[in-house]
Ligand binder design. Structure first.
Ligand code: ADP
Ligand code: ADP
Length: 217
């Protein structure tokens, strides 16, 4: 049976940065609901437009639609040996949806990795975040993790940009959604005995080391 990891933590805690490393190491996909929505947003369709309005304002997408996207994604071939969920579940109804999906598949969560970072540092990281225009998994930080050549992705040479929702207004809204909706989710998983808290203030490589130790257990 595959291995299933949930990545949780405030915006900017480094979930995406670390998920790509663990996914590569274990040969399982990193599934980010934010990435799924951003891909749909690029389409010139009513749904794309609707999602763009929601994401750019920093609000959450509906639980039903989000869970359906996850259900479809984990049904794909590459997710049959496990996967990392990055940014899902974020609300209590989504926790229930996920429990039900996994029960139907006869699977369970191996570990919940909670990347712990204070709000001020989170806001500062988001303001300095730059992402690759060709692959949003390639993430940089202007000070802590700059690209070799300014404004250009090290991996595929595409230009870097700021995410459309990394404006101070949308950041504020996303963080308040996190506190209101996702704190209770964190508390739920704390009680399940599969919860691991990681100090996300460490350097990127130190966080990776801590994460790998947990994943190898
Ligand atoms: P999340 O997916 O949790 O929102 P990201 O992985 O996108 O977070 O990281 C947010 C920003 O912080 C990016 O600019 C990233 O390069 C930077 N970053 C990630 N981890 C660290 C770290 N341990 N120390 C300093 N900066 C980091
Ligand atoms: P962040 O965590 O920095 O806000 P993500 O890339 O994880 O960024 O998500 C971007 C946006 O996609 C969120 O602001 C929200 O609108 C939507 N989204 C992502 N995951 C979920 C989820 N599990 N439930 C509802 N909306 C979500």
């Amino acid at each position: 049976m595959g291995r299933i990891f949930l990545f949780m933590g405030i915006q900017g805690a480094g979930k995406g940065t670390q998920a790509i490393r663990l996914a590569e190491k274990l040969g399982i996909p990193q599934i980010s609901t934010g990435d799924i929505f951003r891909a749909i947003m690029k389409q010139d369709s009513p749904l794309g437009e609707e999602l763009r309005a929601i994401l750019n304002s920093g609000r959450l997408v509906s639980d039903e639609f989000t869970s359906q996207m996850v259900k479809d994604r984990i049904a794909q071939d590459d997710a049959q040996n496990g996967f990392i969920l990055d940014g899902y579940p974020r609300t209590l109804p989504q926790v229930e949806h996920l429990d039900q999906m996994l029960a139907e598949r006869g699977e369970k969560i191996d570990a919940v990795l909670f990347f712990d970072l204070d709000k001020d540092e989170a806001i500062s990281r988001l303001a300095n975040r730059r992402v690759c225009t060709a692959n949003s998994n390639h993430t940089y930080h202007l000070i802590h993790n700059p690209p070799q050549q300014e404004g250009i992705c090290d991996i595929d040479g595409a230009p870097l940009k700021q995410r459309e929702d990394d404006t101070s207004e949308a950041i504020e809204k996303r963080i308040s959604e996190y506190v209101n909706q996702t704190f209770p989710v964190v508390d739920t998983y704390k009680q399940r005995g599969i919860f691991h808290k990681i100090d996300a203030r460490q350097s990127i490589d130190d966080v990776t080391r801590t994460m790998m130790e947990i994943a190898e257990k």
